[in-house]
Design a protein around this ligand. Structure first.
Ligand SMILES: [Zn+2]
Length: 659
């Protein structure tokens, strides 16, 4: 893999080649890159200076700023991703720490300059084109956050900065708990019977922990990463309960540390106050105001309808679980039993079906998936190289054959220790600067176990490519092209739309390693689908509790949120600890899933209704933020359109561009 050791920032910025090169940089020469850091700072200063000193115009003000902002954004994101994916030397890490501080400063410089904001407002006033006015309005609102002014803005900033401090305290406190080993369970060798059933991987880590502590046996550090797997597999009920209690009371001596409860409350108070400044009664109201279902009545109506739809089948499954539990003399399913008996039931069903592994492996499927994307989306993939050092990442150049636009992709498919989940991240979004369109630079991380490639991993993989293609093929090149331009329920739609390929026999036939008959395929899919109603049912229960917690939150109430939420979840047999919910630390209400976890469900259901004959056509039209039409009729087939109040969304210039 040919990485770039040196890159002249100034000259590549001026000829726009920086978008095709910066992501390939290897920051190994500290002296050189320290020098380039100051070059970057100077470049930003002089660009802003020149914007302020020239006459206000589309070219001098907007396009010049758009370029410097796109670059600053690219740099900030690249440093962030580089830090997360690289296992580099101490000296490179030192450089990255410094670069990260400087990139934050650069970002503040670009987005908080009152003179630039004034110039933008002035430009919006003198511009005649209504389309340009809309674009400038979008930038003012989404980037500069300039939709409030005066006293309100000061109040907002105050709560926002308080929120940031409480989130910092929350993260630090959780780190301390994990570092302080207050979440540990020691099982001495003589008590081996307690841990029968646990996976080899879990036991291996626990053994290692014990060795590191010079004791004979196993040490488990209970956290978000392993609690579900422990409760799903440990045969001994007492041990499952012990692990659950440890997880819930991760803190000292089995008690919640009141400090953490206070921090959670502080976060919720600040989020609530931000909502109040923005004229909303509570934080749930604020978050949903940007979504398709934008009032609590619509949300509840939707959740009720969904719950009713799946209840019968879900209860049937729960009864099957109860019947198995009864054989162990377990009469009431506690949270620590739910996952265990569910796993047992799942195994029973899957044993009857065709094995996914027999037909699919990552190594044989992935090249065929690329082939499929190339043909069906009119793209060309070129592998630039493979870097072992960067988390085993593959570097691709992807060309849109229709427009000639370029996307660079860093793709890190395999599972990593201490990291879970999959995501896609825009390092740099494609942007139109004058006549040129800058390349899109994206990162996809997956969690694939190559030896045990699963149906779920395959759908996640395709899901993340859906996000990548959405930003690449459909995003408005003139908008302030960050996720905030879309409401979160719509961001999930294209990826879920693509993800449904896993239920398409023709697609699955193409990517299998040996021929699969329609009958075998249906057996595979129905085994995967069998528990869907149960998942949806539990998903609704869980998300309704969280939604209501934000909805009913009162800043002056003495309630213990941690304990209350835990209790409600326990009654439903759900393992959930609000102290370990990473959404607690989301500071931007536009991208905060916390109160609205159900939107995956909603957008998946809508995505399912979309005609799939021509995938590219859908990305070009339905998901295209420039089109703003066409979506309504599709939605209408699924939900009562009056429920969604789309017109008022559009009239209010709310950030839903997909219609
Ligand atoms: Zn997603």
């Amino acid at each position: 893999m040919n990485k770039i050791n040196q890159l002249d920032i100034i000259s590549t910025y001026s000829d726009n080649s920086i978008w095709d090169k910066l992501f390939l940089v290897e920051f190994s020469n500290n002296k050189y890159w320290n020098d380039q850091l100051s070059q970057i700072s100077n470049l930003i200063d002089s660009e802003i200076e020149s914007i302020l000193s020239s006459e206000t115009s589309w070219k001098n003000t907007f396009l010049k700023f758009k370029k410097v902002c796109s670059f600053a954004d690219y740099f900030v994101n690249l440093i962030y991703i580089y830090k997360s994916m690289n296992k580099t030397s101490k000296s490179v890490n030192e450089f990255l720490e410094k670069a990260s501080t400087i990139s934050d400063e650069i970002w503040v410089k670009v987005t908080s300059n009152e003179d630039v904001i004034r110039k933008f407002k002035q430009l919006k006033n003198i511009t005649k084109s209504s389309n340009k006015k809309l674009i400038l309005g979008d930038w003012l609102k989404n980037l500069f956050d300039a939709h409030q002014n005066g006293k309100k803005k000061n109040q907002y900033n105050k709560h926002y900065s308080n929120l940031q401090s409480s989130i910092e305290a929350f993260n630090k406190h959780n780190d301390d708990i994990l570092k302080g080993n207050r979440n540990s369970i020691f099982v001495p060798s003589k008590d081996k019977h307690l841990i029968v059933g646990l996976s080899k991987a879990t036991l291996k880590i626990a053994k290692k922990n014990a060795i590191a502590n010079n004791v004979d046996g196993w040490i488990f550090y209970v956290s978000d990463h392993n609690i579900l797997s422990i409760c799903a597999n440990a045969k001994n009920r007492d041990f499952r309960k012990l692990a659950y209690k440890k997880y819930q009371s991760t803190h000292a001596n089995g008690q919640h540390i009141t400090k953490n409860n206070a921090i959670i409350k502080q976060i919720m108070v600040n989020k609530h106050k931000i909502a109040n400044v923005l004229n909303k009664t509570n934080y749930a109201d604020l978050v949903i105001s940007n979504h398709l279902l934008n009032t609590k009545h619509k949300v509840n109506k939707y959740l009720d309808k969904m719950e009713l739809g799946v209840e019968e089948k879900a209860l049937e499954i729960i009864n099957e679980m109860k019947a198995i539990a009864l054989q162990d003399n377990v009469r009431k399913l506690k949270p620590w039993d739910h996952y265990y008996y569910f796993t047992k039931l799942e195994k029973k069903h899957k044993n009857k079906s065709v094995k996914f592994k027999e037909f699919y492996s990552f190594d044989t499927a992935f090249p065929k998936i690329i082939d499929f994307f190339e043909k069906n989306l009119n793209l060309k993939f070129e592998l630039l190289g493979h870097s072992k050092k960067d988390f085993d990442s593959f570097y691709y150049k992807i060309t849109d054959k229709k427009t000639g636009h370029i996307m660079h992709l860093i793709f890190s498919p395999f599972e990593k220790t201490n990291k879970t989940g999959c995501y896609q991240y825009d390092i740099s979004t494609k942007s139109k600067i004058g006549k040129e369109t800058t390349s899109s630079v994206q990162y996809i991380e997956c969690d694939i176990d190559v030896n045990n490639f699963s149906f779920f991993e395959l759908s996640c993989l395709i899901h993340e490519f859906g996000h990548a293609f959405h930003t690449f093929l459909s995003q408005d090149e003139d908008a302030y092209a960050k996720n905030v331009s879309y409401s979160w329920d719509l961001i999930e739609m294209p990826s879920q739309f693509l993800e449904f390929l896993v239920f398409d026999y023709n697609f699955m036939k193409k990517i299998s390693k040996k021929p699969i008959s329609k009958q075998d395929f249906l057996s595979l899919v129905s085994a995967e689908q069998y528990f869907e109603a149960y998942y949806v049912y539990r998903n609704i229960k869980k998300n309704r509790i969280i939604f209501n917690t934000y909805l009913n939150f009162r800043p002056y109430s003495q309630a213990n949120i941690h304990a209350d939420v835990t209790k409600m979840m326990e009654q439903e047999g759900i393992i959930y600890n609000i102290s370990q919910d990473s959404y607690m630390s989301y500071e931007n209400y536009l991208s905060d899933y916390a109160p609205v976890g159900y939107i995956y469900l909603l957008s998946a259901q809508i995505a399912q209704k979309i005609d799939r004959t021509d995938l590219r056509y859908v990305f070009d039209n339905l998901f295209n933020s420039n089109q703003r039409i066409g979506f309504k009729d599709k939605l209408n087939q699924f939900v009562d359109i009056s429920d969604l109040d789309i017109n008022s969304h559009i009239n209010k210039e709310l950030p839903i561009f997909t219609y």
